[in-house]
Design a protein around this ligand. Structure first.
Ligand code: NAP
Ligand code: ZN
Length: 353
């Protein structure tokens, strides 16, 4: 066991602050990673502030962070995929049971015994729960470590590990492709990746935003059209026309306004996880045989596929790089939808802590 530097929330009301945490020495299948960058996901904020209390009560101290990029410092004796010096990533999962149907089909995101990167009971008993990537190092089973392609900027690669896979996976599942009309709701960390993927898959891509000042960016990121969702007339123009809509909004909002934009048999998938239930008017679903679903992150194999796709198509997140000392300010700005479009923490800043 060794001590790592980290930032944690001590409870739901306090800002994040420096802490020293135990990490296990690498066992035979483990990879020890020096963390270089960690993205800030809105899930980190929801969790640290215990906003998901009813479904996933937070455990403190909580060290958030599941968009991790770093360099391999050491590997266990049985590790075959990685060697010291490799550039690697870790997303929202660090383990699963490896035996259930989901794991066997490479869909670890559905494993009932999955271990999340932070906040899950720690199987290794190094600490009561797992601690995430707002830290200078992490130790992870090699089966949950990803290869980062050499041509992606590291700070911009980090958000691919959650925002990237969470938008890529449902778009692949619902066959977003050329000839389809696709909407992306909420131009934040997830949404801006969703726009890049929908565009790269060849779909006619429409962004819905509550922030008129993001219109130019939306077009630059790949949108063919931008709708300011507060404008009812603009919304009406798109009635019953979408094949697929990806909803990336972090707060309660009117989902029915988007269900009504779906064509017959269209689907709207929630990846945004607002703290409160969203009321659904079922007639909107019935009339067009429309469907409303959700999607969690993605499996490990698909995450690697997404990273390789990004490498091939020159895709990465648009990031604002910050030192860890600005993490609380970043949370406040993210809560106000004021981020273009993902904060990425430069972990070198933790050394001076
Ligand atoms: P984010 O960067 O804060 O982006 C959320 C965007 O939603 C904002 O930029 C804003 O876009 C829009 N928005 C915010 N408040 C709104 C409101 N009251 N009404 C309408 N739109 C609003 O957050 P993120 O990191 O992308 O995460 C988005 C959500 O996905 C969070 O709930 C997060 O927990 C969840 N998430 C889920 C998964 C999964 O596996 N399903 C994975 C990661 C994250 P505009 O300014 O364009 O309106
Ligand atoms: Zn996330």
């Amino acid at each position: 066991m060794y001590e790592a530097k980290a930032y944690s929330a001590a409870n739901s009301a306090l800002p994040l602050a420096p802490i020293s945490i135990p990490r296990r020495d690498p066992t035979e299948r483990d990879v020890q990673i020096e963390i270089l960058f960690c993205g800030i996901c809105h899930s980190d904020l929801h969790y640290a502030r215990d906003e998901w209390h009813d479904v996933m009560p937070a455990v403190y101290p909580c060290v958030p962070g599941h968009e991790i990029v770093g360099r391999v410092r050491q590997v266990g004796s049985a590790v075959t995929k990685f060697k010291t010096g490799d550039l690697v990533g870790v997303g929202c999962l660090v383990d699963s049971d490896h035996t259930c149907d989901n794991c066997r089909s490479g869909e670890e995101q559905f494993c009932p015994n999955q271990v999340l990167t932070y906040g899950s009971p720690d199987k290794h008993k190094t600490a009561p729960v797992t601690y995430g990537g707002y830290s200078d190092s992490i130790v992870v089973d090699e089966r949950f470590v990803l290869r980062i392609p050499a041509n992606i900027n590291l700070a911009a690669a980090a958000p691919l590990l959650c925002a990237g896979i969470t938008t890529y996976s449902p778009m692949r599942h619902w066959n977003v492709s050329k000839g389809k009309k696709v909407g992306v709701v909420g131009l934040g960390g997830l949404g801006h990746m969703g726009v890049k993927f929908a565009h790269a898959f060849g779909a006619h891509t429409v962004v819905f935003t509550t922030s008129p000042n993001k219109t130019d960016d939306a077009c630059r990121l790949g949108a063919d059209e931008v709708v300011v969702s507060k404008n009812a007339d603009e919304m009406k123009k798109h009635a019953s026309s979408f094949d697929f809509i990806l909803d990336c909004v972090a707060a309660p909002h009117d989902i029915n306004a988007y269900i009504n934009l779906l064509a017959r048999d269209g689907n709207i998938t929630m990846v945004g996880a607002p703290e409160k239930p969203l009321p659904v008017a079922v007639f909107g679903l019935i009339v067009g045989r429309r469907s409303f679903s959700g999607s969690p992150i993605g499996g490990i194999a698909e995450t690697q596929e997404m990273l390789d796709f990004c490498s091939e198509h020159n895709i990465a997140a648009d990031v604002e790089v910050i030192p860890i000392q600005k993490v609380n300010e970043a949370y406040e700005r993210m809560a106000r939808s004021d981020v273009k479009y993902r904060f990425s923490i430069d972990m070198a800043s933790l050394k001076s802590q």
